[in-house]
Write a protein that binds this ligand. Structure first.
Ligand SMILES: *[C@@H]1O[C@H](CO)[C@@H](O)[C@H](O)[C@H]1NC(C)=O
Ligand SMILES: *[C@@H]1O[C@H](CO)[C@@H](O)[C@H](O)[C@H]1NC(C)=O
Ligand SMILES: *[C@@H]1O[C@H](CO)[C@@H](O)[C@H](O)[C@H]1NC(C)=O
Ligand SMILES: *[C@@H]1O[C@H](CO)[C@@H](O)[C@H](O)[C@H]1NC(C)=O
Ligand SMILES: *[C@@H]1O[C@H](CO)[C@@H](O)[C@H](O)[C@H]1NC(C)=O
Ligand SMILES: *[C@@H]1O[C@H](CO)[C@@H](O)[C@H](O)[C@H]1NC(C)=O
Ligand SMILES: *[C@@H]1O[C@H](CO)[C@@H](O)[C@H](O)[C@H]1NC(C)=O
Ligand SMILES: *[C@@H]1O[C@H](CO)[C@@H](O)[C@H](O)[C@H]1NC(C)=O
Ligand SMILES: *[C@@H]1O[C@H](CO)[C@@H](O)[C@H](O)[C@H]1NC(C)=O
Ligand SMILES: *[C@@H]1O[C@H](CO)[C@@H](O)[C@H](O)[C@H]1NC(C)=O
Length: 485
């Protein structure tokens, strides 16, 4: 039969596959691949990534969905990820122990070969443990009338403890070293006068008697020796005034670890000391107290023995050791560095004078613990150090399941695309197999019969002839359509 009109578009002539296995394979394959594709498409298209902030990226990432360990080319849209935080030089920071606040002063990296150091503008930080911290010095600055009036209401003398620390983190790009400084002033300039005669709870962000017992005692030690030492300075000033002597105006004491000393922090040679005190002789004259006056000593024990002026050496040394131990605890340094706050006996040694200190304080009330360790042991948790990380917020991308309708459409569309592609490949392969065996299987039924007798149809019709066919099998096309739906 010859049609009268020829459209620009044309259709294919189809024939049923002459294979017995074809239909069952297609049906079973359809079911299996639909389930498989739906599964994969659910993993790769079923989630949207939304931006959230997290303070613990390691946990955020580990809390991801169940197929998070699949290869990333399948699940890249369903994998939680977090960006490292950039902590710039001069930023204030604190650790997850929430005790003291530190300033980042220097960040650098030393190349593997021990070459020159590279100074970095910021610390690229990804919740890394703080490691290898060393407190290089603890300094105590003392001042009296130069302080603000609200501070003088608490104590005539005030002290600012400053510590210099150097630490390491082990990041993705290797070791990065950084310096921190921290300052501690129990009565800071911001202290409100309304806190008079009360425990001030300054400098420490938080305290927990049970869970962070070591830091609780660290805070108690620091505030206690602060109050004791400043009151002693006050007594020394009063004595000087009574004896018509020129008084000390201000001073600074520096403690650095004595490398050759034993690791016993209770010993007075644990720190080496250096200091400068200015005596206001009046009429603009100043004289200086310094180690040069006493045989250039830097031994706390010697200064204490000769009662070198001003005789606050033991209290200042204990304050420095308290700050030193508190900092190492706050930075989570579990290493063997001596630490008052990890050993019961050492802590008892340094708190045993709390009763003396409590009667030698001005209006600043130290705390939170005001009795020695043995007395309060039962009420506080066990001493100990846990690892620390810097507290900061990370920007994370978290997968969130799409809404029902959205999920259905995206999985359906992706499934259709996959099934169609698979069908195409499958039929191409089957066709190839078929034509290899039966070269004229792509001719229509009738032509095939005639050509098997007369040779290929095309050769008898010529190259540009069009073949009109009257029996068209659309069965395969229909089946394909059904399969896709
Ligand atoms: C601080 O973080 C580290 C590392 O995640 C953890 O081991 C430690 O217990 C945390 N400390 C506190 C007090 O939360
Ligand atoms: C360190 O810097 C100096 C001066 O810039 C240079 O001469 C030297 O080669 C550098 N050393 C290394 C190991 O890069
Ligand atoms: C968090 O993960 C990063 C990268 O895997 C790792 O360097 C860091 O040590 C982890 N932090 C903790 C506290 O486990
Ligand atoms: C950082 O600390 C190290 C070791 O204490 C010191 O040598 C270095 O000068 C410090 N850097 C700054 C900028 O203070
Ligand atoms: C007071 O000053 C005198 C004379 O300088 C001295 O002998 C005495 O020990 C001082 N007392 C105190 C408590 O500092
Ligand atoms: C003390 O020891 C530290 C590390 O152990 C070292 O960096 C420092 O240079 C030493 N200081 C002195 C004065 O020996
Ligand atoms: C440092 O420690 C050694 C050994 O204990 C001691 O002999 C020395 O006097 C100490 N130095 C100071 C300044 O305390
Ligand atoms: C300095 O040392 C010498 C001898 O060791 C001693 O006789 C003298 O009293 C000391 N001077 C002071 C001010 O301590
Ligand atoms: C405690 O007081 C006694 C007596 O005043 C003193 O000998 C000792 O050094 C003090 N201990 C501390 C840690 O301050
Ligand atoms: C096939 O050949 C038969 C007899 O040779 C003929 O009747 C029939 O029309 C042919 N069919 C076609 C499509 O040419």
């Amino acid at each position: 039969m010859v049609f009268e009109h020829e459209s620009v578009f044309s259709y294919n002539i189809t024939r049923a596959y002459p294979f017995r296995w074809f239909t069952p394979v297609v049906l079973v394959g359809f079911l299996v691949t639909t389930v498989l594709f739906s599964f994969l498409n659910f993993a790769s298209n079923g989630y949207d990534l939304i931006v959230e902030t997290s303070s613990n990226p390691n946990q955020t990432i580990s809390e991801g969905i169940w197929f998070k360990n699949w290869p990333s080319y399948l699940t890249s849209k369903a994998k939680p990820s977090c960006q490292p935080a950039d902590i710039h030089v001069n930023t204030l920071l604190f650790t997850n122990q929430t005790a003291l606040t530190y300033t980042l002063t220097d960040v650098w990296r030393v190349s593997a070969g021990g070459g020159n150091r590279t100074v970095l503008p910021s610390l690229t930080y990804y919740n890394n443990r703080i490691e290898n911290c060393a407190v290089s010095s603890v300094e105590v600055d003392l001042e009296a009338l130069d302080r603000a009036a609200n501070q003088l209401a608490y104590a005539e003398w005030g002290a600012v403890v400053r510590a210099y620390i150097s630490c390491t983190i082990e990041g993705a790009e290797g070791q990065t070293r950084f310096n921190l400084t921290t300052t501690y002033d129990y009565v800071p300039q911001s202290a409100s006068l309304s806190g008079l005669y009360q425990f001030l709870a300054t400098n420490f962000l938080d305290r927990d008697k049970q869970k962070k017992s070591s830091l609780y005692w660290g805070e108690s030690l620091m505030s206690m020796y602060w109050a004791y030492m400043t009151k002693t300075m006050q007594d020394i000033r009063q004595n000087a005034t009574d004896n018509n002597e020129a008084g000390i105006r201000k001073g600074t004491i520096s403690f650095t670890p004595n490398n050759s000393s034993t690791s016993d922090i209770t010993r007075l040679d644990y720190f080496k000391v250096d200091y400068r005190f200015m005596i206001d002789d009046g009429l603009g004259d100043f004289s200086i107290l310094w180690p040069g006056l006493y045989n250039w000593t830097n031994s706390v024990a010697y200064l204490d023995r000769i009662s070198a002026k001003p005789n606050i050496w033991i209290q200042a040394d204990s304050l420095a050791k308290s700050a030193y131990s508190t900092i190492l605890t706050d930075l989570g340094q579990i290493s063997s560095t001596p630490n008052i706050l990890t050993d019961d006996d050492t802590l008892q040694y340094f708190t045993s004078n709390f009763s003396i200190a409590m009667v030698n304080k001005a209006n600043a009330e130290p705390g939170p613990a005001t009795q020695d360790f043995d007395t309060l042991k039962a009420t506080t948790g066990p001493l100990g150090v846990t690892p620390s990380v810097i507290s900061t917020n990370y920007i994370c991308q978290i997968p969130k399941l799409k809404s029902g309708g959205n999920l259905f459409v995206s999985v359906l569309v992706a499934d259709l695309v996959f099934l169609q592609a698979l069908w195409k490949i499958f039929t191409l392969v089957t066709d190839w197999l078929l034509f290899r065996k039966h070269p004229n299987a792509n001719q229509c039924h009738g032509c095939a019969e005639n050509s098997s007798r007369h040779g290929p149809l095309t050769s008898s019709l010529g190259k540009n002839s069009r073949v009109h066919v009257d029996s068209i099998h659309v069965r395969n096309a229909q089946r394909c359509f059904v399969v896709l739906l």
